[in-house]
Design a protein around this ligand. Sequence first.
Ligand code: SAH
Length: 375
Amino acid sequence: MPPHAVTNKTMPQAQKINLLDFTSDKLKAFFQDRGEKPFRATQIIKWIHQYGVDDFSKMSNVSKALRAELEEISEIRAPEIVIDKASSDGTHKWLLKLDDGNCIETVFIPEDGRGTLCVSSQVGCALDCTFCSTARQGFNRNLSVAEIIGQLWVAKKALQPDPSSDRVISNVVMMGMGEPLLNFDNVVDAMTLMLDDNAYGLSKRRVTLSTSGVVPALDRLREQVEVSLAISLHAPNDKLRDQLVPVNRKYPIKTLLESCLRYMDGKAAREKITMEYVMLDNVNDSDQNAHELVKLLKDIPVKVNLIPFNPFPETRYARSSNNRIHRFRDILEAAGLIVMTRKTRGEDIDAACGQLAGEVNDKSRREIHFARIES
Ligand code: SAH
């Protein structure tokens, strides 16, 4: 048989449209193109995101004919959970498998009165921050809208069997694997769904995008979607930040802070940008560093989030001592800054900030590597 003569059995199925990729507006346009009424989009968005339904036959207020048509051409497909790890402190980490075999990680952190989901935006990360474990994975690709919002969809369903209050997702932080502003369009659409009353209905104060400071994209963000902002600052001067967060060489601190001010322009005084500052022993945690930070941030509406460094294998860094963190915090507070120290959660399951790496992905890479060696 010539190589092109495939039988029906092996003929690839036409790819179905994944409805998880659509915001309400895009789904409305999709239905209008097919001669359907736009309100169908609202119905379907509710079924998918509010009720977690992926089976068209359950969509009881949608006509049978439309359900059959949707079944034929589309699907609702989220990443698949391959590992579900629970920490002794209630934190959950899911390893999710994507269609191409890559794996990403999503973390749920229950706290008093709220539950935060930490969502990934890319497979790996291209930015190479020296203290981050995701950076060591290298970069593979951007996640689709379905793969980003699918993390929320999957986590909500996985937590639902026990709908006690501390297992409800009340907040989302784009602080998982990847740099969200380097996957701009898909992240904007996914966050639009997070805010959409017909989908997840989270307030803009409860959805936070964390960035290492990709300034041109940050400038565009506000026009597209309004969410809370966190900046991975980590150093009070360019010399140090160039080493820790290499994107600083392209967009130095002054340029970044000017962009932050533009972002906050016209916002209520109570709204503040979170400045993330990882506490690295003997690297960025001296009294002098604290004083420099005070000077840098004095005219910007910020709160500072001190993050005790979370170690990972072969890292060259160590966590600052508790005493050092307290002292650093005291200096900032004495100067009038609002400071929080992030509680480290899920350490026993490698789910803390900067520890997300997608283990299965790692393994497959090693397998490829070994296959190369062996061939
Ligand atoms: N790329 C985005 C979001 C991902 S990281 C960003 O840079 O903001 C989320 C937060 O965890 C960032 O502030 C990041 O700098 C911090 N982080 C990364 N590695 C860490 C580690 N090993 N310990 C503590 N925080 C870390």
